[in-house]
Write a protein that binds this ligand. Structure first.
Ligand SMILES: [Ca+2]
Length: 97
C-alpha cells in the first residue's frame, strides 16, 4: 500500500465537500476494504502519528491529509462519526484489531 495508490485511483475522495465524508463508503470505494491485513496495518501505522498503537480522535481528524497533505481535515462531526463506526469497543480510540 502506498499513498500514491489512493491518490491516483481515489483522489476525488480527498476533496469531498465539507460534512460529506462517509467512512464506510470511503473504505468500499478506495479498495481498502479488500486490502490484505498487512496493507491495512500499514495504513494504520500511517494514521497512528504518535505510534501509540491506537488512533485517537485528533489523529483521525487528519485522516485525509495522510493521503494528501493538501486535503482538508475532517470536521468534528465527521471525526466523531468515523470514530463511532470504527471504534468497536467504544473506548474513544481505534485499536489495531
Ligand atoms: Ca495514536
Amino acid at each position: 500500500f502506498s499513498c500514491s495508490y489512493l491518490k491516483k485511483e481515489q483522489s476525488s475522495f480527498l476533496w469531498l465537500a465539507p460534512e460529506s465524508f462517509n467512512c464506510k463508503k470511503f473504505f468500499e470505494t478506495s479498495g481498502l476494504a479488500k486490502k490484505s491485513p498487512t496493507d491495512v496495518k500499514n495504513v494504520f501505522k500511517i494514521l497512528d502519528n504518535d505510534q501509540s498503537g491506537y488512533i485517537e480522535e485528533e489523529e483521525l481528524q487528519f485522516f485525509l491529509q495522510r493521503f494528501d497533505a493538501e486535503a482538508r481535515t475532517l470536521s468534528m462531526n465527521e471525526t466523531k462519526k468515523f470514530m463511532q463506526a470504527a471504534d468497536g469497543d467504544g473506548d474513544g480510540m481505534i485499536g489495531a484489531e
